[in-house]
Design a protein around this ligand. Structure first.
Ligand code: DX5
Ligand code: ZN
Length: 220
């Protein structure tokens, strides 16, 4: 199932509820929340209080992408705030299996994230326990960056592994996914498509979401 996970990082923060409503009206079905701590990535965004604030204004699942140094410490707060999915970077998790189990124990769906320079093999052992694998197609930290084309092969690799191992994890892709790149990631096997700057634009958000999904579904 092809889904648009719109990244509110690119939204107008002063009108977050309206922005979410517009992207939803255009067919977006997951709210992607980019949590950055200024340590793992060179940028700071928002945390559990913002998740708690948007929880009552949307029915859509809240997909929290944690770009933070010590995710274990914050998992209970994200659960409490109403997050549905939480993904953590393999690069920061010394005990990745434990961290993913921690997410599951808090009633959320666990995801694992790969930076562009991290080999897919690094997460092989946890593939059976994750709900989704998030392939970063830019180096995390900022919206509006250029899509890294090698990501397409990485998605294909994960789709092939899923079939060979008889698993069911979903494949999510994040960074530089826009009208000109979305077909290639869908053809490779991605189905949770994160997009921020390609969606949120004054006066065009709803139409952007609709056009994006049309292009994505045509490639499926
Ligand atoms: C980058 C974030 C992305 C970002 C994507 O670190 O994880 O989710 O918002 O933004 P665009 O779609 O503009 O590349
Ligand atoms: Zn993200």
């Amino acid at each position: 199932m092809i889904e648009l996970a719109f990244s509110i990082l690119a939204a107008d923060f002063a009108h977050l509820a309206d922005e979410i409503a517009l992207a939803t009206a255009g067919g977006g079905s997951i709210v992607h929340v980019d949590v950055m701590d200024g340590h793992f990535v060179p940028n700071i965004t928002f945390g559990p209080p913002v998740v708690a604030a948007i929880r009552p204004i949307t029915q859509l699942p809240l997909d929290c992408h944690l770009m933070i140094e010590d995710p274990d410490q914050f998992i209970p707060a994200f659960a409490e705030a109403g997050a549905d999915m939480v993904s953590v970077h393999v690069e920061v998790c010394r005990h990745l299996n434990r961290t993913l189990q921690h997410i599951i124990d808090h009633g959320m769906k666990p995801g694992v994230v790969l930076n562009p320079a991290t080999p897919v093999e690094a997460i092989f052992e946890v593939l059976p326990m994750v709900h989704h694998v998030l392939v970063m197609s830019v180096n995390p930290g900022f919206g509006g960056q250029k899509f890294l084309p090698r990501s397409v092969d990485r998605i294909r690799h994960l789709a092939r592994l899923r079939q060979e191992l008889g698993l069911h994890y979903r494949i999510e892709v994040d960074g530089g996914v826009a009208h000109d790149t979305v077909a290639s990631v869908v053809e490779a096997g991605a189905e949770m498509l994160v997009a921020g700057s390609a969606i949120f634009q004054p006066g065009q958000t709803e139409a952007n979401a609709r056009d994006f999904l049309r292009t994505a579904r045509a490639a499926a």
